[in-house]
Design a protein around this ligand. Structure first.
Ligand SMILES: [Ca+2]
Length: 373
């Protein structure tokens, strides 16, 4: 209860509108810094992923199946033409977007989406060349197998590895069979591919029969947040537990992260799912009971919010919070919950060091967080 009182105090806010009435600014006192939170864009239908371009522009996905530019003044472009067919249903639709590491030279982007096909749909990833308001040379470089009828647990975060491979996070599609534990489906896996779609040469099952060569790690439930650690270059992820048991993991090759055999969560409405530990299954680095419903994640590394350097920032859908985790090596040593008051879908560090949030609403927004001047 003490913690809750503190949270409420911390969210004491001041509201201000600029003369156009478009930018709403909120002030939030946090443990280390007083923040200014500005609404810089509105009118996005369940925005999911954000990528920064030059000149203050951004690319943003809407789960409803649209990709748009956000201009420096917060205005939105018309939807960018050329997306493939997307099944928009439940948690599925257009998901993440990232720029190729050499985007400045090749204009290539990668995006994840719910791809229709025989027997249902599955998470897929395509590369495309972005020219003006059009995508061309759209090529599907990954398509999760099998496709099934399910509106749940698509994963979908995309992160480039230091060597130029692409990590794709996936969910179990709500199957609750042993899918996340088997090596012949993509359900409940992280995969690692080269940009042409071939498996990474570092993957663990390249020579193994009846195993998918693009699998990197397994035993995941649904990963909607992933980021590379700026020093170690390892992939950190978080995943949704069922009722309770959301986790943070360092996602290493050939490691079994346990779902659904081990979990700190329980069935919705109560009831045991599994045990909490088993040999050869990795324990999470950190877990939340009750669930925060995490989505979006970034390591903070800029000078702008100096007291947050080296911290891990995670969005919470359920509690409308930005969660700040202080790390000591591979241990979470402190957690702060910062009340934003809207479901948070994505968390990114912008080129100038501000933190950008996407809110998960029918009329979704982009929020920009900077220290109070
Ligand atoms: Ca686990």
């Amino acid at each position: 209860m003490k913690k809750l009182t503190k949270l409420l105090c911390a969210s004491t806010v001041l509201l201000a509108f600029n003369t156009l009435g478009q930018t709403q600014t909120t002030e939030i006192k946090t443990e280390k810094v007083t923040l200014q939170v500005e609404t810089i864009a509105t009118g996005l239908e369940h925005p999911w992923g954000l990528a920064f371009l030059a000149d203050g522009k951004m690319l943003v996905t809407e789960r409803a199946g649209r990709l748009r530019y956000v201009n420096a003044d917060g205005s939105l472009s018309e939807p960018i033409a050329g997306l493939p067919d997307i099944t928009v249903a439940g948690q599925g639709g257009l998901l993440d977007v990232v720029l190729h590491p050499q985007f400045a030279d090749n204009n290539q982007i990668f995006f994840s989406f719910n791809q229709p096909g025989e027997n249902g749909s599955s998470t897929a990833v395509a590369s495309a060349t972005l020219t003006g308001n059009t995508l061309s040379q759209v090529q599907v470089v990954f398509s999760a197998q099998p496709k099934i009828e399910s509106r749940h647990h698509f994963g979908g975060r995309l992160v480039f590895a230091a060597n130029g491979d692409l990590f794709i996070t996936l969910g179990d599609r709500g199957s609750r069979r042993d899918d996340a534990q088997t090596s012949d489906t993509h359900h409940g896996k992280v995969v690692r591919i080269q940009t042409d779609g071939s498996p990474s040469t570092l993957n663990p099952y390249l020579q193994q029969e009846n195993a998918l060569a693009d699998i990197w790690s397994y035993g995941h439930r649904n990963i909607q947040g992933a980021a590379l650690h700026p020093q170690t270059q390892q992939l950190w992820t978080h995943e949704h537990g069922p009722q309770g048991g959301d986790e943070i993991n360092i996602t290493r090759a050939d490691v079994n992260y346990g779902w659904p055999v081990i979990t700190y969560g329980e069935e919705y409405g109560g009831g045991k799912i599994g045990k909490t530990e088993q040999a050869e299954m990795a324990q999470p680095l950190h877990y939340w009971v009750p669930s925060i419903a995490p989505s979006g994640m970034t390591f903070y590394s800029a000078d702008l919010i100096k007291p947050w350097q080296q911290d891990l920032l995670v969005g919470s859908l359920k509690f409308g919070q930005l969660v700040r985790l202080e790390l000591t090596g591979e241990t979470v040593s402190h957690e702060e919950r910062i009340m934003i008051g809207q479901r948070i879908r994505d968390v990114r560090q912008g080129p100038e060091g501000a933190v950008y949030l996407l809110t998960d609403q029918k009329d979704g927004q982009i929020l920009r967080i900077t220290p109070k001047k």
